[in-house]
Structure formats: C-alpha cells, structure tokens
Design a binder for this molecule. Structure first.
Ligand code: SAM
Ligand code: SF4
Length: 336
C-alpha cells in the first residue's frame, strides 16, 4: 500500500528560507552553442537511460507539490523543447493536485510549432533567451544561424496567450553590450518583458572572465541612455529587480547574481535531468533522487532525502569573492 503523505510543511533550510520554486531540467542537450554557456563542439550528453523518465518526473513533482509545498515548477535544460512529448508531460504535471504553476525557459527554437500545444497543456509562462537582434551576431554568439526561428517562436508564444513573455539576455562586454537599449526598445515595441542577466562562472569551458561580465549598474546606465527608469523593486522572492520604463506600459528586469546576490531570499531548489537534487545553483554536492526512485524508495523516503538536502543548503554562493568554487556541472547540465 502506498504510504500516506505527511502533513504538508514548508521545505525549510537552517536559515529559515522556505523553498517553493522547483527548477526542473528535462535534458542537458541543446541545439545552440551559446559561447557563454558551452563550447562550439557541444558536450558529452547524458545517455538517455540516465535521464528521468516522464513517470519519474511526474512522481518527483507530485512529491514536491503534495508533501513539500512546491508551488512553482520551471521546466528548463539544456533546451527543454528538445524533450520528446513535452506537451504531454506538461499536461500530466498540470493535472496534479495541487497543481504547480508551470513555466518554461527556452531558446525559442521550435517554439513556433508547439507554443499553442504547451499553452493548452497548462503552461502559464515562458522565458525566451535572446542576446541580440542582429542575425550575424546571433550566429556568432550561438554558433547557429537561427535568429529568425527565435523571433518566430516569440511571436507564436504571444499569440498563444503565454503572457507575459519574458526575453532573457546575457550581455557580454564587447559582444552585445552595445545592444542593451535596442533589446529594451524591441521588447517595449512587441509587448515582451526584457530581462538582463549578469553572466556567471557556469560556462562548461571555464572561460568566464569577470571583466567581460556587464554589471547591473552598467546595464542600467546603458538603458538610461535611451529610457527613463523608475525603480519598482523585486516581485516577492524573484531574482530580478525591476524598473518601470517611463512613458510605456513595460518593465525591465535585471538579475544581478554576481554583484547584488539575492541568496538571503532564495526560494529555489533544482533537479537535474538525471534526477540529482541540488539545493543551490552553485552547490558542489547533489542528492541522488533517481537512485532512490529506481531503488524502490517510497514517497516518504524521497521526501526525507529532499528535506535533508535542503537542510544542508549553504548561506550563499560568494561568486564575487576569492574563495568561490565552481560547481562541477555547467549551467546547461544543471538547468538555468
Ligand atoms: N536553453 C534554454 C535557454 O537558453 O533559455 C534554457 C537553459 S539556459 C542554461 C537558461 C538560462 O541560462 C538562459 O537564459 C541563458 O541565457 C542563461 N545562461 C546560460 N549560461 C549562463 C551564464 N554563464 N551566465 C548567466 N546566464 C547563463
Ligand atoms: Fe543552449 Fe540555453 Fe546554453 Fe544557449 S544558454 S547553449 S540555448 S542551454
């Protein structure tokens, strides 16, 4: 007989932070090769047998929502649209009780074909990564000539009613930092919500260079050259600080993980595509939930392992200090 769920209590760590937001990676594979993320030749992808199956994903999310108070699930990767049967998986997750709010982070390739199906399956929000509006530059950054597909995907997402569609850009000095105001203007014109992310030392090649990272302060200065901004602050525990773009009905957000870390209010937990629980993006240790799933553990045992991992979460990542240690996995294999 299946064990009865324990009384739902929050997923706490020893600093009193409550974790309600699950970032779930569906694959480590990708069809782009963004230079700040992975090398041109790609990576050694996980063998398929190591990836969580749809049944395993659904079971973990059910444990998260029923027993641990997870309320939001963001599907990511690698490139999550490469996961076969994604709308079917989204439909299964949105049919859970209680159902999590479901969102997706994607590079937008192939989105034009599936945006409506994802919306109908229960997806409520979407982030699309886009670092430039210039085709040649897009091909240089991502090593693929696919800008038109991403723009088409964005239009399809908006038409499907996936609002707000957020556009994420990682500015890199000397590469696309001159386009910051253009990206804001593009988002305002098309009704997307622009967000800039400070680049982090999570690329697979280990080539991150702090001097090439464009800081939140610089990003705001660049936007300020063309637009007047009024600060709004953060929405709940969201990582982005937001500003109203005066004279428009748009806001712009900046995620300053390096220069203004928000670890004190972090409410996130991550599960990799191969079922490893990470209590922090920068964690150097993982808990093997897939091993428990495949070893026949019941829900209570998985809940206990999950809670134990969160109890061990550190206070913060200290990227900007000398003692910082990179995690062994790059961003694409953790799930951004
Ligand atoms: N492939 C999807 C995409 O690009 O949106 C989802 C996975 S990707 C790892 C998630 C987010 O992480 C993207 O917005 C991407 O720009 C960002 N990202 C990747 N590498 C990064 C890095 N080194 N620093 C900051 N953000 C990074
Ligand atoms: Fe792929 Fe996303 Fe990494 Fe770009 S940032 S290479 S789209 S996983």
């Amino acid at each position: 007989m299946p064990s009865a769920p324990s009384v739902r209590s929050p997923l706490l760590d020893r600093f009193g932070r409550v974790h309600t937001d699950l970032r779930l990676s569906l694959t480590d594979r990708c069809n782009l090769r963004c230079a700040y993320c992975m090398p041109a030749e790609g990576l050694d992808w996980l063998p398929r047998t190591e990836l969580l199956t749809d049944d395993e994903v659904v079971r973990l999310v059910r444990i998260g929502t029923m027993r641990l108070g997870i309320t939001e699930v963001r599907l990511t990767g690698g490139e999550p649209l490469l996961r076969r049967g994604l709308p079917g998986l989204v439909a299964r997750l949105s049919a859970l009780t209680p159902a999590p709010e479901l969102s997706l982070t994607t590079n937008g390739i192939g989105l034009a074909r599936c945006a409506t199906a994802l919306r109908e399956a229960g997806l409520s929000r979407l982030n699309v990564s886009l670092d430039t509006l210039r085709p040649e530059r897009f091909a240089e950054i991502t090593r693929r000539d696919r800008l038109a597909d991403v723009l088409e995907g964005l239009r399809a997402a908006r038409a499907a009613g996936l609002a707000p569609v957020k556009v994420n850009a990682v500015p890199v000095r000397g590469v696309n930092d001159d386009e910051i105001p253009d990206l804001v203007a593009f988002a305002v014109e098309h009704g997307y919500r622009m967000r800039f992310i400070e680049s982090m030392p999570l690329d697979a090649q280990g080539a991150w260079d702090r001097d090439r990272m464009v800081t939140a302060e610089e990003i705001l200065d660049r936007i300020g050259e063309r637009f007047a901004l009024t600060p709004i602050g953060r929405e709940g525990n969201a990582p982005a600080e937001e500003w109203w773009i005066e004279g428009t009905d748009s806001v712009v957000g900046v995620i300053a993980s390096v220069t203004r870390p928000f670890c004190g209010t972090c409410d996130r937990v991550r599960i990799t595509a191969d079922g490893q629980l990470r209590n922090c993006l920068f964690a150097t240790e993982e808990s093997d939930l897939r091993g428990l799933l495949r070893g026949g553990a019941d829900d209570a045992a998985i809940e206990a392992a999950w809670r134990a991992s969160m109890a061990g979460k550190g206070p913060g990542h200290a990227i900007d200090s000398a003692g910082f240690r990179r995690p062994a996995r790059p961003m694409s294999a953790i799930g951004g």
